[in-house]
Design a protein around this ligand. Sequence first.
Ligand code: FAD
Length: 406
Amino acid sequence: MDNPPSTSRAGLAPALDAEEDFRRQVRDYCRDELPPAVRRKVLGNLFLSKEDNLAFLRSLAPRGWVAGHWPRVYGGSEWTPLQRFVFEEESMLGGAPWLIPFGVNYVGPVIYTFGSEAQKRRFLPPILASEEWWAQGYSEPGAGSDLAGLKTRALREGDHYRVSGQKIWTSYVQWADWMFCLVRTSEEARPQQGISFLLIDMRSPGVTVRPIRTMDGCHHVNEVFLDDVRVPAENLVGEEGRGWTYAKFLLSNERILSAETGRAMRQLAHLKALVASTPSDGIGDRAAFDRRIVQMELKLHTLRAFCLNYARSMDPSQPPGVEASIMKIRGTELQQLISEATLDWLGSSAIAYDPADVNGEEAVSPAGPPDTSGAIREYLHGRASTIYGGSNEIQRNIISKAELGL
Ligand SMILES: Cc1cc2nc3c(=O)[nH]c(=O)nc-3n(C[C@H](O)[C@H](O)[C@H](O)COP(=O)(O)OP(=O)(O)OC[C@H]3O[C@@H](n4cnc5c(N)ncnc54)[C@H](O)[C@@H]3O)c2cc1C
């Protein structure tokens, strides 16, 4: 067999150097500019307040990293998919929070791709400056996986719409100034055809938010009731009835970064440090537990290699392929495996849990190491990761349809 051309490795070197250089920049940011109080809470798996999230976003602004992947003309840095991946991996590994995506990653790109010039001028600058908080109003009590079944109605009356209906599982809308919302503007033959994309001011009369406590005892999600809410017609994005197209565009951005390898790396390192420093009353067979750790490590290496390969070769102008679904499934399953193993190791000290212990500024635990409560919270909240962002069963359907034609 012929040797591979000797230039191929040399040709790769500058790209790998650039990748490593960018990784170094993100590590420097985490060390020098990420607010220490935010890092402490993230490393302890505590619940972050709105102020914590805003402090994180504002600390990214001087480097132009709030919306790194946006086009320069709208204030971004035109990151490649690889830079996006590296930023997410290194920042999460370095103690930065998950970047809550509703403004920067979701509605921002919809507005600059499909919105009017007036909408771009009105909405993009406050997203970049972290001055307005956004929420995503897609799911309804009868429309989650089957999103096209949504029933929230928007009736056009002159220069405005009147919107009535209910949204559910709306993350962090309790902090939101605005909610982008899928609404039904007509009853067409195909349910996807009568959907439109509206921007709703959360201060509008007729909007009511009711909290839902999740099993970690924290306030992530809500119900939103819309009772004859008046929304100016100028808040319609793109064309009436084309909301499904914009929604799919947004969902493809939602899935692109769902592997969260940086978080898995951090949590696995935490588990290994715990094992090295703290005896366990929860593990009977130590050799079997060590094998579990090795298996998780292998899954993590495989997932990282897959993600890096994909990010290096992805064409950002095309919607992501089934790779995004594979990353979502593998990434979320791995997170759950790590958090389960952590609880198993903590044994009896992981039985007592009070949400008050994870809502403060410091890690507090009635039993076990100080970050035990945070580990329990991570485990409990992590149950949701295989549901949100399109459940893992739905991701499997996407893969089987695309690859097997089923
Ligand atoms: C913590 C959290 C935060 C969320 N944040 C938001 C948010 O900010 N905004 C928003 O709009 N939504 C949000 N969601 C909602 C989320 O998108 C939905 O929960 C999700 O799409 C599943 O829909 P569902 O809950 O209606 O479950 P269903 O669609 O009723 O599904 C129930 C079960 O059936 C399975 N299932 C359904 N259809 C199929 C099928 N065709 N094949 C195989 N299995 C199937 C599902 O996988 C699931 O296991 C959030 C959810 C959670 C848990």
